[in-house]
Structure formats: structure tokens, C-alpha cells
Write a protein that binds this ligand. Structure first.
Ligand SMILES: *Cc1c(COP(=O)(O)O)cnc(C)c1O
Length: 397
């Protein structure tokens, strides 16, 4: 019986709305791309994780279509019963080869990968030392484990040492340092070279979630471990197929052989959730082929990112420093949240789709519009985005 719960939930929804935190979903009436259409208008899209523009890439779509004919629509099984096709093992091998790890295990999402990894590997005698800005799925995954938890300030290596000391003093056996490769609100990198050095000093393992990097960061697109020259020093690497690598769905843990073997035996989101669909698996494989076959899209993405950063800075906007295609345009101070929201709204009216973030998603007084560049954008698209920022600032004041 629903009873008074109805009114209670309605009140909670009103609170969310009154706090200005209600998320309205804007319906697209087109495929995901640099140019999209919504129910109201067409827009240049600068808020997708479609970094390489592979979400609607013909070679990826074609591979996915062909897989529907050859491998069918669904698996109707978890992996260990009858849900493993040659497609799944091939994609796992391909990811291992690409990422330079001994083995890889696929999940339905990176959220599931992060949710299923800590509980298996770290128990009550162990310690997890985690960056304070880590993704929600890492936080949830760590909560499911019985390990002692330590949190260090974002990318703060002095504090990482302090927390590792504390873990040592607490008598932890296995210790792991856990970080996002890229922090998605700032577009900043975790200093993986220093993290690996410090972890080694303390005999700790290193875990990196590279969702916002795999496919386009590093010369070969192998992510932040490649960028920092530590591909052979990261013990556990997780990532998503739902961003640069085609953007459909799926995630993975790439790691040492024993880690992956044990996850296949014990990891709950892997054991008790359906296999990744064949068409998604095949499309992701095609995306990976494109990433390995050519640096062209990475170069375009880099050029677009540099152009945007330069033009915006010249136009007098304040951007967080960095080279990642997440480029936060800052609106500091008391009324920053309101200004950022108004500017994003005005820009959408002019056909440029960007999203404003404010407290509690980012710290108070650090409101921003998070622009995400893509290899699918043309130079004209990037210039149009900058022009829309300038026009919106003139209109909003
Ligand atoms: C997007 C993201 C995820 C979630 O990936 P899904 O495959 O969409 O579940 C996990 N971790 C980080 C750091 C992310 O950016």
C-alpha cells in the first residue's frame, strides 16, 4: 500500500526542486554527435563524453549491425552459465593487449566494475587509501568492502603519504592507493608517476579508474598510465566503453592474471548480471581497432582542445589550466552559480549545448560550465562555441 509514502516522496521532490538541484532530461531526437537535435532545436553538443566522436562512427555502427546478424541480439545468461561468446573473450584479449595487462574482465559498466572489485580483493585486515574526488562508483565499491578506509586530499602527495602512514600504523596487510586517472569536474590528471613511487615506497598496490582517458590520453590512447610512463606499475586498471570507446556501454578491470581470475569467481556484479550484448561487444571492438589504427582522431581532439582554450582565454574567460578535453570555464564568487546557469541557458538558445555545475557537485564559489571537446567537432564548431560564450556574457552581464 502506497499510502502516505506518496506525499513524503512528493515533498522530497519539491525540496530537490526548491534547492535548484532537479535534473531535467533533455530528449535528443537524433544520434549522439557533435550536432544533435532536441525536441525544440538543433544544437552543437559540447557536453558529451564522445571524445573521439565514435558514438555514431560508421565503422562502429556497421560492425555492431553485422554482429546482430551473426551473433544475435541478447545472451540471456551471465558469463559463467552460457553467456560467453567468442566475441567476449576476443574483446577481453584485445583490451589486455591494448592496455598492456595480463588479463581483462568485462562488466556491464564501469560502475559495476568498480562496484565489484574492492570487496573481492580487500578485506578487514586491509586498507584502501582513496583520493577525495574519486568517482561515485569507486566510493560505493569501497563501501562494500570491509577494509579500513583512508582518504587523501585531491592529488595531494603529502597527504597521500600521511594516509599511507596511518594505514601502516593501523596494521593493514594489503594496501591499495585508489584514484581516478582524470578528475571529471576539473579535467585534471592524477600524478600517476608520483603516486606509483610513493605506493612502492609503502609496498602498496595502485588502482586507477581511467574512464575519462582510455582511447585518447597518451600517445597511443592507452590512457593516463601511458601519459605518465607507468603502464607496467599500475596494478588494477578500470575503465568504461561508454565514453571515448564508442560510448555504448560496458566496463572492464584490466590487471594481473590472478586478480582477473579471482574476480571471475567472486565479483558479484560480474557473476549475477547479464553478459554485455553481442552488438555492443562487436561495436566496442571496432572502436578499439580505430583507436589502435590511427592517431588522427586524437590529434584532432588535441587541436580542438588547444584552440578552445586559447580563444576563450583571449576572450577574457577564466579556464582551469590543463590539456584534457574537459575544459571548465569558471564563474567564481557569490553569484557565480546563477551566472553560469544563465549563460548556459542563453547559449542553448543560440544552439550551443553546455552544462553548468554548481554546489554541491563542485565546491561552493567554484561554479563552472564544463565544456567537453570532441574529435567530431570542426574548427568552425569550436569557434561557434566561443562566440556563443561571448554573446551570452554580453547578454547576461
Ligand atoms: C563515467 C565513469 C564511470 C562509469 O562508467 P559507466 O561505464 O558509464 O558505468 C566510472 N568511473 C569514472 C571515473 C567515470 O568517469
Amino acid at each position: 500500500m502506497y499510502g502516505t509514502v506518496k506525499d513524503e516522496l512528493a515533498a522530497t521532490l519539491r525540496e530537490i526542486e526548491d534547492a535548484g538541484l532537479y535534473k531535467n532530461e533533455r530528449e535528443l531526437t537524433s544520434p549522439q554527435s557533435a550536432h544533435v537535435t532536441t525536441l525544440k532545436a538543433t544544437a552543437l553538443n559540447f557536453c558529451a563524453n564522445n571524445y573521439l566522436g565514435l558514438a555514431n562512427e560508421p565503422a562502429v555502427v556497421d560492425a555492431s549491425k553485422a554482429a546482430l546478424d551473426e551473433w544475435g541480439f541478447g545472451m540471456a545468461s551471465v558469463r559463467f552459465i552460457c553467456g560467453t561468446q567468442t566475441l567476449h573473450t576476443s574483446l577481453e584479449s584485445k583490451l589486455s593487449e591494448f592496455l598492456g595487462t595480463e588479463a581483462t574482465i568485462l562488466y556491464s559498466s564501469c560502475f559495476d566494475a568498480n562496484g565489484g572489485v574492492f570487496e573481492v580483493l580487500f578485506g578487514a585486515d586491509d586498507a584502501i587509501v582513496s583520493d577525495e574526488l574519486n568517482h561515485a562508483s569507486i566510493i560505493d565499491g569501497v563501501r562494500l568492502s570491509k577494509a579500513k578506509r583512508f582518504r587523501y586530499k585531491n592529488a595531494d602527495m603529502a597527504d597521500l603519504r600521511v594516509q599511507l602512514e596511518a594505514a601502516r600504523e593501523a596494521g593493514a596487510k594489503r594496501v591499495v592507493v585508489v584514484t581516478d586517472g582524470v578528475f571529471s569536474m576539473d579535467g585534471s590528471y592524477a600524478p600517476l608517476d608520483e603516486i606509483c613511487d610513493i605506493a612502492e615506497e609503502f609496498g602498496a598496490m595502485v588502482f586507477v579508474d581511467d574512464s575519462h582517458a582510455v582511447g585518447f590520453v597518451g600517445d597511443g590512447g592507452r590512457g593516463t598510465p601511458e601519459l605518465f610512463g607507468v603502464m607496467d606499475r599500475v596494478d588494477i586498471l578500470t575503465g568504461t566503453l561508454g565514453k571515448a570507446l564508442g560510448g555504448a556501454s560496458g566496463g572492464y578491470v584490466a590487471s594481473h592474471r590472478e586478480v582477473v581470475d579471482l574476480l571471475r569467481q567472486r565479483s558479484r556484479p560480474y557473476l549475477f548480471s547479464n553478459s554485455v550484448a553481442p552488438a555492443v561487444t562487436a561495436g566496442s571492438m571496432a572502436a578499439l581497432d580505430l583507436v589502435e589504427g590511427s592517431a588522427d582522431k586524437r590529434e584532432t581532439l588535441k587541436a580542438n582542445t588547444e584552440l578552445f582554450h586559447r580563444l576563450m582565454t583571449e576572450a577574457g574567460f577564466e579556464l582551469l589550466p590543463g590539456t584534457h578535453p574537459i575544459r571548465p570555464v569558471m564563474f567564481p564568487g557569490e553569484d557565480g552559480a546563477r551566472r553560469a546557469a544563465q549563460i548556459a541557458e542563453h547559449m542553448l538558445g543560440n544552439g550551443v549545448y553546455v552544462i553548468a555545475f554548481s554546489f554541491p557537485v563542485v565546491p561552493r564559489g567554484k561554479a563552472r560550465i564544463r565544456v567537453q571537446l570532441s574529435a567530431a567537432h570542426s574548427e568552425a564548431d569550436v569557434r561557434a562555441c566561443v562566440d556563443a560564450f561571448v554573446a551570452a556574457r554580453d547578454a547576461v552581464g
